[in-house]
Design a protein around this ligand. Structure first.
Ligand SMILES: [Zn+2]
Length: 419
């Protein structure tokens, strides 16, 4: 059957002037909703002298005060359990989730309504459909299904699109591999590191996933490795499948960017539902295409928790939509273009605790990005893997081995387990 390439053909190809009109309308509505219903936002808007009716052009977004994770945390501390950011009575919630609480960070508690969940899965539909998932697909979720939001939205998106969903929660890696093969799964959703682990485990079991599985798409989310070209290359080779990157934040509840099936070396921003500003972190002034800056996100969905001008501290670079051949008019964001090669090294400290060291090399000419990049990578990784510690080390260019075929980017130096 011939399907459209787009989940929402109209909005995904909207001329940018019309897109900006739509964004302005949605921005004003979200600010009105937040001002009327969220004490957190009302307080901040009043302090900044901002009123939603001041939004006459998209550029007026700069009148809106930023919100930070620290402010959100303070509000949770002052008004347990959910703070005063929530814009409606908690009785209207149907689900509770947590951001991961690694590196001593207190997790943020979030609530969502039925309508919010509809929106959360809709965002995933854009991304999954855009990478080529169709009703004929069988999608395997190598995911724990806990309070961490992870792939929950993707699960519902696949149901919405009519694909067959296999929820692979609470199982050993071995049994997941067996199910992927037995059920002829065509798509696997996983963090990139776990997708590599599945492949490595399969090899130990004498299974070549590229030959013996039916998987032709691996959807990565939840950690940065999926946007590092070398990791993606290895995943594609290991699985004999196309590997697509998506990314979001628990603070948003869903994904905000996705890689389309044309794989332009970056991810499209879902611009009819988000505004992603890229700002010079020192001056807070917007930077142009191709320049590195801090990602500041505004979401038009999730009525329970209005996220408006949220400072992510992520360093990213925007490039125009024309960089991609798919026809979407949505701009593209690049996160880890500066990383040239990497190796994941797992070792055991004092014979007790597992540690993970990521050795990486920066592309020549991108050295200036290293200090920010190193910090962001450590933060993203610890957010993605609860309870694990990551050490990031930069190697001189050319230090790490290059592999022609079977890359050994995952080195497990732990002693064999003895029980
Ligand atoms: Zn594209």
């Amino acid at each position: 059957m011939a399907y459209s390439e787009f989940w929402n053909p109209k909005n995904e190809t909207l001329p940018r002037e019309e897109l900006h009109v739509l964004q302005l309308l949605k921005l004003r509505r979200m600010c009105e909703w937040a001002y009327a219903n969220s004490p957190f936002h009302r307080r901040k808007f009043d302090a900044a002298g901002f009123k939603p009716e001041q939004l006459k052009t998209l550029d007026d977004i700069r009148r809106i005060p930023f919100m930070t994770r620290e402010e959100w945390m303070d509000s949770l501390m002052e008004k347990p359990m959910f703070g005063d950011l929530v814009a409606t009575d908690p009785i209207n919630a149907i689900r509770y989730h947590l951001t991961s609480g690694t590196s001593g960070r207190t997790p943020i508690r979030v609530l969502d309504s039925m309508k919010d969940w509809d929106w959360i899965s809709e965002m995933w539909c854009y991304g999954l459909w855009g990478f080529g998932i169709r009703p004929e697909d069988t999608v395997y979720f190598a995911f724990g299904y806990g309070t961490f939001i992870g792939f929950w939205g993707a699960h519902y998106a696949c149901e919405k699109m009519g694909a067959l969903v296999i929820p692979g929660g609470a199982q050993t890696t071995e049994s997941r591999i067996k199910q992927i093969i037995e059920m002829s799964a065509t798509t696997v959703c996983s963090t990139p590191t776990y997708a590599l682990h599945l492949w490595q485990k399969a090899r130990e079991m004498g299974i070549d996933l590229a030959k013996e599985s039916n998987v032709n798409k691996v959807i990565c989310s939840g950690e940065p490795a999926g946007s590092i070209p070398a990791v993606k290359e290895q995943l594609q080779e290991a699985w004999g499948a196309k590997c697509g990157d998506t990314a979001g934040m628990t603070e948003l509840g869903t994904i905000m960017i996705f890689e389309c099936s044309h794989q332009p070396g970056g991810t499209h921003i879902i611009e009819d539902h988000f505004i992603e500003e890229v700002l010079n972190p020192a001056s807070d002034e917007p930077v142009g295409y191709g320049e590195l800056g801090e990602r500041v996100v505004t979401s038009f969905g999730r009525g329970f928790i209005p996220v408006i001008r949220y400072r992510t501290k992520d360093m990213v670079m925007k490039v125009p939509a024309s960089t991609c051949s798919c026809g979407r008019t949505w701009a593209i964001v690049r996160e880890y273009g500066a990383i040239d090669e990497f190796q994941i090294y797992i070792w055991r400290k004092d014979n007790l605790q597992d540690e993970i060291t990521i050795n990486l090399e920066i592309k020549p000419g991108y050295e200036a990005e290293w200090p920010e990049l190193g910090k962001k990578l450590a933060k993203d990784l610890s957010n993605a893997h609860e309870g694990l510690r990551f050490n990031i080390e930069r190697m001189d260019h050319g230090y790490l081995p290059r592999f022609e075929l079977k890359a050994k980017r995952l080195v497990d130096a732990r002693p064999v387990a003895q029980y």
